[in-house]
Write a protein that binds this ligand. Structure first.
Ligand SMILES: *[C@@H]1O[C@H](CO)[C@@H](O)[C@H](O)[C@H]1NC(C)=O
Ligand SMILES: *[C@@H]1O[C@H](CO)[C@@H](O)[C@H](O)[C@H]1NC(C)=O
Ligand SMILES: *[C@@H]1O[C@H](CO)[C@@H](O)[C@H](O)[C@H]1NC(C)=O
Ligand SMILES: *[C@@H]1O[C@H](CO)[C@@H](O)[C@H](O)[C@H]1NC(C)=O
Ligand SMILES: *[C@@H]1O[C@H](CO)[C@@H](O)[C@H](O)[C@H]1NC(C)=O
Ligand SMILES: *[C@@H]1O[C@H](CO)[C@@H](O)[C@H](O)[C@H]1NC(C)=O
Ligand SMILES: *[C@@H]1O[C@H](CO)[C@@H](O)[C@H](O)[C@H]1NC(C)=O
Ligand SMILES: *[C@@H]1O[C@H](CO)[C@@H](O)[C@H](O)[C@H]1NC(C)=O
Ligand SMILES: *[C@@H]1O[C@H](CO)[C@@H](O)[C@H](O)[C@H]1NC(C)=O
Ligand SMILES: *[C@@H]1O[C@H](CO)[C@@H](O)[C@H](O)[C@H]1NC(C)=O
Length: 501
C-alpha cells in the first residue's frame, strides 16, 4: 500500500485512540538493580541564613521539624544536610558573635534574596545543627577560597568541638571549598591547594582514615575539571586525600542567572533529564573505581535560586521525581537539593514573610511544590533500608517509570506522566499504562500526586492529602485506589505510586 501523508497521520492517530494503552513489561531479572540510599533526596542549605532554617538555641524552628518528620516517617531515616554553598567560601569563624553577622549585597530582580558577601560565624552557629531531627547526618562546608589555612582550621575546630557535644545528630563529612573550579583553572592547582588545606585541617582536628567525619571533595560547579582529571593528580591517594569518602559535583538543569526562565515542558522533558545527567556517567564510574561515593552535592531546577513560574510550580515537582530516580539509576548516591531563604526552587520556606516567587510575602512558613519530591520518592524508597531500583523501559516520550525492589521482589512502581497540562488548556490528556508480566494474583494499590496543572503553585495533593497547611502536618485522609494492572490511568502532569501486594 502506498501511504500518503494523510494516511500516515490517520494511521498514527488510530493507533493512539484504538490501542492507547502503553505496555510496560516488568523484567523478571532483578539482579542488576542499583541500591538506593534512603537519603537519596537530601538538603543543601545556603550557609548564610542557617539560623532561619533551624531556629535558635532552645527554640527550634517547629515548622522545619514538622515537615522533615513527614519525610522521616516515610523512609525511616531523616534527610541528610549539607550546609555550604557560595557563602561557605565567604565565611570566617568569629566567636565574638553568638550566631552570625553577615553583610548582604543589594537585592536584584534575579536574586531578591542574594547570598551574603561576608559572614562571621558565631560561637553557637554550628550548635544549631542539634535543632534538627535525631539521627540527622551533616556535611559542613569550610572556606577554601580565602586560601588561608588559619581560617579553615578555626572553622573545622569549631565544627568538631560542637559535634563532640551533640549526641543525637552527627557530623558525616567536612567539605573544603565550594565550586572551586570557579577559582582554579586546573585540576593540579586545585589539588595542590586543597591538599595543603586538608592536611592542616585533618591534623588540627585529628581526622582518622575510615572514620567519620570523612572529607567530601571536588564540589565542582561544572565539568571543565572532570573527576578523571582530578583523580589522575593523585588527589585521593596523597596525604589527607585518603580521608576522602565522597566526591561531589553540582548541576542545575537550567539557569536563571541572566534572568531568562524556561518552559515547564522543557524542564519535565524525559530526554532533557537524561541528557542533563548522562554526561556525568564517566565521572561517576571514575569516582566509584577510586573506591569513593559520588553525589550531586548541590542541585535543583534552575541556577541562581530558581526561575519564577518554573521552579516553584507543580511541573518542577514532576521533574524532580524523574530527575532523582534517574540520578539514582546512574549511581549518584544522593542529590542534595539547594535551598535558601526566598529561593524559588525551595522545598519549603521555613520562616514567615517570604513568598514563593521570592518577592511576594507570605504570612506563614510554607511548603513549595518541590517538597512533594521528598514525600513521593521517600515513600517509593520505603523504610527497609534495602531497596534497589531499576528503570522500566517505556517507549513513550512523556512517560517514565521505575521499579523498586526489596529482597529481589518488586514492591513498588513509580509512573510519571510528564506531558504538559497548563491551566489554560481545555483538555487534559490521560495516558493508560498496562503492566505486563506481573504475577497474576498481584493486588495493586495506587497513590496519586495530583496537580491542578503543571503551572499551578498551590492545590497539590499527595494521596488525597494536602501538605499546604500552616502546621506542616497533612490535612485530610490518605486516599488510595485499587487499580487493575492492565488499566492504570495517569493524567498529564501527574505521578502515581503503585504498591504491589
Ligand atoms: C499490549 O499488549 C497486549 C497483550 O499483552 C497486546 O494485545 C497489545 O496489542 C499491546 N499494545 C501495544 C500498544 O503494543
Ligand atoms: C555586622 O555586620 C554589619 C554589616 O552587615 C556591620 O555593619 C557591623 O559592623 C558588623 N558588626 C560587627 C560587630 O562587626
Ligand atoms: C567582614 O565582617 C567582619 C565582621 O563583621 C569585619 O570585621 C570584616 O572587615 C568584613 N570583611 C569584609 C571583607 O568586608
Ligand atoms: C589568615 O586569617 C587570619 C585570621 O583571620 C589572619 O589573622 C591572617 O592575617 C590571615 N593570613 C593571611 C595571609 O591573610
Ligand atoms: C602530594 O601533595 C603535595 C601537596 O600537598 C604535592 O606537593 C605533591 O606533589 C603530591 N604528590 C603526589 C605524588 O601527587
Ligand atoms: C538540559 O535540560 C534543559 C532544559 O531543562 C535543556 O534545554 C537542555 O537541552 C538539556 N541538556 C541536555 C544535554 O539534554
Ligand atoms: C555505586 O556507588 C557505590 C559507592 O557509593 C559503590 O559501592 C557501588 O559499587 C556503585 N554501584 C555500581 C553499580 O557501580
Ligand atoms: C505577586 O504579586 C504581584 C502583584 O500583586 C502579582 O501580580 C503576582 O501575580 C504575584 N505573584 C505570585 C506568584 O503570587
Ligand atoms: C508529550 O508532551 C509534549 C508536551 O509536554 C506534547 O507536545 C507531546 O504531544 C506529548 N507527546 C505524546 C506522545 O503524548
Ligand atoms: C480504566 O480505568 C478508568 C479509571 O481508572 C475507568 O474509568 C475505565 O472504565 C477503565 N477501563 C477499563 C477498560 O477497565
Amino acid at each position: 500500500m502506498k501511504l500518503t501523508k494523510f494516511s500516515i497521520l490517520a494511521a498514527i492517530s488510530l493507533a493512539i485512540t484504538k490501542c492507547g494503552a502503553v505496555n510496560v513489561t516488568i523484567s523478571d531479572d532483578t539482579s542488576n538493580g542499583i541500591k538506593i540510599d534512603p537519603a537519596l533526596v537530601s538538603f543543601s542549605i545556603e550557609l548564610d541564613r542557617w539560623p532561619d532554617w533551624v531556629g535558635s538555641l532552645g527554640r527550634p524552628n517547629k515548622y522545619t521539624q514538622t515537615v522533615l518528620k513527614n519525610v522521616q516517617d516515610r523512609t525511616g531515616f531523616p534527610s541528610a544536610f549539607r550546609v555550604g554553598g557560595n557563602s561557605e567560601d565567604n565565611a570566617v569563624y568569629d566567636p565574638r558573635f553568638q550566631y552570625v553577622n553577615a553583610t548582604f549585597p543589594p537585592k536584584t530582580d534575579i536574586k531578591p534574596w542574594p547570598e551574603a558577601s561576608n559572614i562571621s560565624i558565631g560561637r553557637d552557629f554550628y550548635r544549631l545543627s542539634g535543632n534538627l531531627l535525631a539521627g540527622t547526618e551533616f556535611t559542613w562546608g569550610v572556606n577554601l577560597k580565602y586560601r588561608n589555612v588559619t581560617i579553615a582550621v578555626e572553622e573545622a575546630k569549631a565544627i568538631m568541638a560542637t559535634f563532640k557535644t551533640l549526641h543525637h545528630v552527627s557530623l558525616s563529612m567536612i567539605e573544603i571549598g565550594n565550586e572551586p573550579d570557579f577559582y582554579y583553572t586546573s585540576a593540579q592547582a586545585y589539588a595542590d591547594d586543597w591538599l595543603e588545606m586538608a592536611n592542616a585541617v585533618s591534623e588540627a582536628v585529628h581526622l582518622v582514615k575510615g572514620k567519620k567525619p570523612t572529607l567530601q571533595g571536588a564540589a565542582f560547579a561544572g565539568t571543565s575539571i572532570t573527576m578523571r582529571n582530578l583523580l589522575s593528580t593523585g588527589y585521593a591517594t596523597n596525604g589527607s586525600g585518603e580521608l576522602l569518602s565522597t566526591l561531589s559535583q553540582h548541576r542545575y538543569q537550567g539557569s536563571f542567572c541572566q534572568g531568562s526562565g524556561g518552559l515547564i515542558a522543557d524542564l519535565m522533558n524525559k530526554n532533557h533529564i537524561r541528557g542533563n545527567l548522562s554526561n556525568y556517567k564517566p565521572d561517576i564510574v571514575a569516582t566509584n573505581n577510586a573506591g569513593l561515593t559520588y553525589v550531586m552535592g548541590e542541585t535543583n531546577s534552575y541556577a541562581c535560586h530558581g526561575a519564577p513560574g518554573l521552579s516553584n510550580t507543580a511541573g518542577a515537582a514532576i521533574w524532580g521525581v524523574d530527575y532523582v530516580l534517574q540520578a539514582a539509576k546512574i549511581n549518584m548516591t544522593r542529590c542534595y537539593f539547594h535551598n535558601g531563604i526566598g529561593y524559588k526552587y525551595n522545598f519549603f520556606q521555613p520562616i514567615a514573610g517570604v513568598g514563593d516567587d521570592g518577592v511576594n510575602k507570605s504570612s506563614v512558613p510554607h511548603i513549595m511544590p518541590l517538597y512533594h519530591v521528598l514525600l513521593i520518592v521517600g515513600e517509593a524508597i520505603g523504610n527497609s533500608g534495602k531497596s534497589t531500583l531499576q528503570e522500566l523501559s517505556i517507549d513513550e516520550t512523556n512517560v517514565s517509570g521505575y521499579g523498586i525492589y526489596e529482597h529481589g521482589k518488586l514492591e513498588r512502581i513509580v509512573l510519571i506522566n510528564s506531558n504538559l497540562y497548563l491551566n489554560t488548556d481545555s483538555q487534559r490528556p490521560v495516558v493508560t499504562v498496562s503492566l505486563q508480566n506481573l504475577p497474576t494474583k498481584a493486588r495493586i494499590q495506587a497513590k496519586r500526586f495530583t496537580t491542578p496543572s503543571a503551572d499551578a503553585t498551590h492545590g497539590l495533593t499527595w494521596g488525597g492529602q494536602s501538605f499546604e497547611t500552616s502546621s506542616g502536618l497533612p490535612s485530610g485522609r490518605v486516599v488510595t485506589e485499587t487499580v487493575s494492572a492492565s488499566n492504570i490511568t495517569i493524567s498529564a502532569s501527574e505521578v502515581i505510586l503503585l504498591s504491589i501486594h
